[in-house]
Design a protein around this ligand. Structure first.
Ligand code: PLP
Length: 365
């Protein structure tokens, strides 16, 4: 498989696998399976592993907040919005290009959506477009078109309205510096070469978010349920690696971006491309008359997508592409390519070659 779908998920880093194994197979201290809440030595060792992971994840987030582990970003977003809305009842507003996790919560809470411009960037809203004493949800990097939103500026307006700001930072976490400003930040491990099934909600100190899961006293009484030392150790190792390699990864990704643009002449890019406006590990492109679904099947040795992994299979056209003003036909002629740390130039060229050959079958040379 030629993997060009880094926005859907990323391969597990070898270092992450190494960090997880002792806690999976029971070799850490000889007793790696222990419950991290248990009072004896093995339990305390597991608890130390969890706390070291928490510190590593926190190091990639702004100062002045606490990290609570969750099952992923979807859970973190549900927690922030549903529990937050109980204490911030002024209403929920989010960008029209939020991931399904945010969109579905906003819809269920009777909230509204802010339109984005043609390049997939959210203009900083006027104060009266935001709720008073509510919650404003804006993602940092869009998962379909890679555009980077002005999160800090939006947080400022939200705060002026006495609202909290939730940032879905999933696609920016570990790749770019997370801006200060949000009160709540949702992240996940599997987009930074960590394991699936673990994420976190960062809560700014002083933000009185009610607890989510009720039960045991885990996660400082905020999210009950036994945490997995293996998943935490993996998340922590992935975060440490991301911190060490942030600049190198970004430079690598930018090199691949240049190659892809060179190879894909005749295609149009969806979303902004300016410096600082886009994560260059995402290329969402379209070509008039191309049937993207057919392309996907004709280039089946390449793993790429038509939009978010969560929306695929629904047959619906991407809400993000529609929100930036594309017609249904243009949206159906668009594909999403994503690359990252472990994508070599050869792999990228091979994948693009296969996609171009599949487009040629449709008469697009
Ligand atoms: N938000 C964004 C922007 C995403 O790309 C994803 C992942 O698909 C999620 C949220 C959901 O994250 P998780 O898979 O950890 O629930």
């Amino acid at each position: 498989m030629i993997y060009l779908d880094y926005q859907a998920t990323t391969p597990l880093a070898p270092e992450v696998r190494e960090a997880m194994l002792p806690w999976l197979v029971g070799e850490a201290e000889g007793d790696g399976f222990a419950n991290p809440a248990s009072p004896y030595r093995a339990g305390r060792a597991a608890s130390v592993a969890v706390e070291m992971a928490r510190d590593a994840v926190a190091a990639l987030l702004p100062p002045g907040g606490r990290v609570f582990f969750t099952s992923g970003a979807t859970e973190a977003i549900n927690w922030a919005l549903f529990c937050g809305a109980r204490v911030k009842p002024g209403g929920v507003v989010g960008s029209a290009i939020e991931h399904a996790a945010g969109l579905q919560c906003i819809e269920a809470l009777g909230g509204s959506l802010l339109p984005v411009g043609a390049y997939g960037l959210l203009p900083v809203p006027a104060a009266d477009a935001l709720p008073e004493g509510g919650i404003v949800a804006t993602m940092l990097v869009n998962n379909e078109i890679g555009t980077i939103q002005p999160v800090a500026a939006i947080a400022e307006v939200a705060h002026a309205r006495g609202s909290w700001m939730l940032c879905d930072a999933v696609q920016g976490f570990g790749r770019i510096v997370i801006p200060e400003g949000p009160d709540l930040i949702a992240v996940t491990a599997h987009k930074i070469h960590g394991p699936k099934g673990i994420g976190a909600l960062w809560v700014r100190d002083g933000v009185a978010l009610p607890p989510f899961m009720r039960g045991g006293a885990q996660e400082q009484g905020m999210r009950a349920g036994t945490v997995s030392p293996a998943l935490c150790a993996g998340f922590g190792a992935a975060a440490r690696l991301a911190a060490e390699r942030m600049d190198a990864d970004a430079a690598h990704v930018a090199r691949l971006w240049d190659i892809a643009l060179d190879e894909l002449q005749g295609w149009e890019i969806n979303g902004a491309t300016g410096e600082g406006q886009r994560w260059r590990g995402n290329l969402n492109i379209r070509r008039d008359g191309v049937n993207a679904t057919r392309l996907l099947s004709d280039a089946r040795q390449v793993a790429f997508s038509l939009g978010s992994a969560c929306g695929s299979g629904s047959g619906r056209v991407s809400h993000v592409l529609r929100a930036i003003g594309l017609s249904e036909a243009d949206a159906r002629s668009s594909i999403r390519l994503g690359w990252g740390r472990y994508t070599s130039e050869e792999t990228l060229r091979a994948g693009l070659g296969a996609i171009k050959a599949a487009a040629a079958l449709q008469g697009h040379i």
